[in-house]
Design a protein around this ligand. Structure first.
Ligand code: NAD
Ligand code: IPM
Ligand code: MN
Length: 351
């Protein structure tokens, strides 16, 4: 009997709603495949501030370190927007968790489901055949530089070490080698010094990968190309903030924010899995958030942290079938609630 021991952090807003659906599915998978599910549930973000007075309580962090496999909903929301700096859910929990666990590689896929092409505002021919992965650097750049205020204004410093750029670049090229053998590196090297170092370093590393094609694009042009020539991309390599922005844009290709999962990994086998969307305060508490991104993140956790490829694939097949049969939430045009989508997928996986 294999053990699936992980830390579950529902967080804020729709986090607990989509999280509940994913846990339901994980229970079904465990029972179907005869695994022992051990869930360590902890508070994070605004929910932790409300109960324990801080966004990343020690027991939450200890559990993450111990299990090394984390499934996270989302953090943040209007209730905590008045807080400053590291008192905030985002800066005080999510970023330190990523940094302390050295989760420098954030992988976000964009492979639109055929069933959802009509949900996108883009033309069919712009989307069909799209299949790329964004390799986003997650523990450096402007997110983690010195920030503050002075008498005249405010500042956020953006720094990258060569080593930080090298290690994420290696991850991107290794991934491209297993795929369509192309890396598109995105920067702003016409203006930023960190981007000049980025481009130089990517060029250097690319020389070790003669079988992988490399191209460089500026971020402003990339925001256009992503929607006009999305089929041309394989692995998109970029720094922290550009990767954040580009992946929300990618959700226009997939038809909803609610279907893109993500994995944040390091050199060892520690991993954090979360949807790319946030806590969606505009729809939280209504049982209508789309849980598919969270359910797919749980599938990735099984595959990457527990080496359970068959189990992960069984979830992915069930998600695909839910789309084919329109067993989805309103953002995808379906009639179901968050909870009902979770139960439908759980039931399908179990049988
Ligand atoms: P958001 O991703 O929460 O929502 C953007 C839009 O997409 C909203 O209209 C929302 O209703 C919709 N949406 C998002 N997820 C959906 C889902 N699963 N199903 C259906 N519709 C969905 O972004 P935002 O509104 O800019 O941010 C809200 C809060 O979430 C902020 O406090 C932000 O800091 C936080 N946030 C957290 C994370 C995270 O924890 N990883 C990620 C992004 C944003
Ligand atoms: C994401 C989120 C986070 C980020 C925020 C909440 C700090 O937008 O995971 O995409 O910018 O990384
Ligand atoms: Mn984001």
């Amino acid at each position: 009997m294999a053990k699936i021991n992980f830390t579950y952090l529902p967080g804020d807003g729709i986090g607990p709603e989509v999280g509940g659906a994913a846990i339901n599915v994980l229970k079904a998978v465990s029972s179907k495949f005869g695994h022992n599910l051990e869930i360590e549930q902890h508070l994070i973000g605004g929910a932790a501030i409300d109960v324990l007075g801080k966004p990343l309580p020690a027991e939450t962090f200890e559990s993450c370190k111990r299990t090394g496999a984390i499934l996270l909903g989302a953090v943040g929301g209007p209730k905590w927007d008045h807080l400053k700096g590291a008192e905030r859910p985002e800066l005080g929990s999510l970023l330190p968790l990523r940094k302390k666990l050295n989760l420098y590689a954030n992988i976000r896929p964009c492979k639109p489901y055929d069933e959802l092409i009509s949900r996108s505002p883009l033309k069919h021919e712009r989307i069909v055949g799209t299949d790329f992965i964004v390799m986003r650097e997650l523990t450096g750049g402007i997110y983690f530089g010195k920030k503050g205020r002075d008498s005249s204004g405010a500042f956020d410093e953006c720094r990258y070490s060569k080593k930080e750029i090298e290690r994420i670049t290696i991850k991107a090229f290794d991934l491209a080698r297993q795929r369509k053998k192309k890396v598109t590196s995105v920067d702003k090297s016409n203006v930023l010094e960190t981007s000049r170092l980025w481009r130089e370093t990517v060029t250097e590393v690319s020389e070790r990968y003669n079988d992988v094609k490399v191209e460089h694009l500026l971020i402003d042009a990339m925001t256009m190309h992503m929607l006009t020539d999305s089929q041309n991309f394989d692995v998109i390599l970029t720094e922290n903030m550009f990767g954040d922005i580009l992946t929300d844009e990618a959700s226009v290709l997939t038809g909803s924010m609610g279907v893109i999962p993500s994995a944040s990994i390091s050199d060892g086998n520690v991993g954090m899995y979360e949807p790319i969307h946030g806590s969606a305060p505009d729809i939280s508490g209504q049982n209508k958030a789309n849980p598919l991104a969270m359910i797919l993140s749980a599938a990735w956790m099984l595959r990457l942290s527990f080496d359970m490829d068959t189990e992960a694939s069984s979830i992915e097949s069930a998600v695909k079938l839910a789309l084919t049969e329109n067993q989805t939430t309103a953002d995808l045009g379906g009639p179901l609630s968050t909870q009902q989508v979770g139960s439908w997928i759980a039931k399908y996986v179990q049988n």
